[in-house]
Design a protein around this ligand. Structure first.
Ligand SMILES: O=P(O)(O)O[C@@H]1[C@@H](OP(=O)(O)O)[C@H](OP(=O)(O)O)[C@H](O)[C@H](OP(=O)(O)O)[C@H]1OP(=O)(O)O
Ligand SMILES: Nc1ncnc2c1ncn2[C@@H]1O[C@H](COP(=O)(O)OP(=O)(O)OP(=O)(O)O)[C@@H](O)[C@H]1O
Length: 269
């Protein structure tokens, strides 16, 4: 049973791979590496089936063809990409929470960057604003997604807000995130398909293709989550710190810019 009705996700078609296609594509990747033409962070990652790195000796006969959301700039199209993140509160947040999971974590990460003397941009999109019933909050969230200078175009802000709010994606994502993980990171079975799907849906990407006459919003980039390799322990540690260090309740210790009068980061349902 599919999680999403048609038109919600970026189109994906299961295809049978022609023989040798994977190894030919991997040959290209290897030759790009040899000439230093491949981005460093992608090195040593190949399509399944490459016989060279021993850990990747898998036979892969099938693949997904993913609908291309690349905009046609010559037609005045552009693409907005953003992650809606956690659209419901973490089930483990304290009862007196003042920040949603996403804002709590972003502030925590932000504080760590400040402590290291880094200058970092405060992204500020609160997922709860996106799914609020309040149109002003919806539009503010969209302005943060659009960023400057596009967010100064009121007509564009209204069009994108309407497309997102009237579209099915946000409400479906929110319901699935809640129903697939009712217990939260601290109590869930991290090997269960439901929990891992919820974590995947908390990290997927919105692709919004805007043309002068039309807006097409789709969900994509569903990298299936796994708790392996220490990730499960990391999720637990992070959630525990968010609770114990006061990031949910807004009682974190430190002289941070957002603790100044009028700048407090407080989320509302
Ligand atoms: O922990 P979060 O909410 O910051 O999400 C991580 C993402 O951060 P961001 O969306 O930028 O805040 C993070 O995104 P970036 O690499 O920062 O673009 C990853 O998607 C990460 O997942 P994984 O470890 O690659 O499986 C994401 O980790 P998990 O979804 O596995 O927790
Ligand atoms: N134009 C697009 N149309 C449809 N899906 C896309 C498009 N661009 C990216 N995606 C989806 O998003 C996923 C992640 O793409 P992205 O370019 O962010 O790569 P990445 O692996 O996260 O690398 P990077 O480290 O560069 O961010 C892709 O695997 C694909 O599923």
């Amino acid at each position: 049973m599919p999680l999403f009705p048609p038109g919600v996700m970026v189109g994906q078609t299961l295809v049978k791979l022609p023989q040798e296609l994977v190894s030919r594509a991997n040959d290209v990747l290897h030759s790009l590496e040899e000439t230093n033409a491949r981005p460093i962070h992608r090195r040593h990652l190949y399509l399944a089936g490459d016989p060279r790195p021993s850990e990747q000796q898998m036979e892969e006969k099938y693949a997904f063809l993913v609908e291309d959301m690349t905009p046609d700039i010559s037609r005045g199209e552009f693409l907005i990409e953003f992650k809606a993140k956690w659209l419901t509160q973490s089930p483990n947040a304290p009862a007196d929470w003042r920040r949603c999971r996403t804002c709590a974590l972003r502030l925590k990460k932000h504080s760590e960057a400040l402590r290291k003397g880094k200058t970092v941009e405060w992204r500020g999109l609160c997922p709860f604003d996106l799914v609020s019933q309040d149109q002003k909050r919806n539009a503010n969230a969209v302005k943060r997604i659009l960023k400057h200078p596009r967010n100064e175009d009121e007509n564009l802000v209204t069009r994108v807000t309407k497309a997102l709010i009237n579209g099915p994606q946000l409400s479906i994502l929110r319901e699935l995130q809640a129903s697939l993980d009712p217990n939260g990171i601290l109590k869930a079975d991290h090997t269960s398909k439901e929990f891992l799907t919820a974590m995947t849906l908390r990290d997927c990407t919105f692709f919004v293709k805007v043309s002068p006459t039309d807006i097409q919003a789709r969900l994509g980039d569903f990298d299936v989550k796994s708790g392996d390799g220490g990730k499960s322990d990391y999720w637990v540690k992070l959630e525990t710190e968010l609770i114990e260090d006061g990031w949910y309740s807004g009682t974190e210790k430190g002289d941070f810019p957002w603790n100044a009068e009028g700048l407090q980061v407080v989320c509302k349902l």
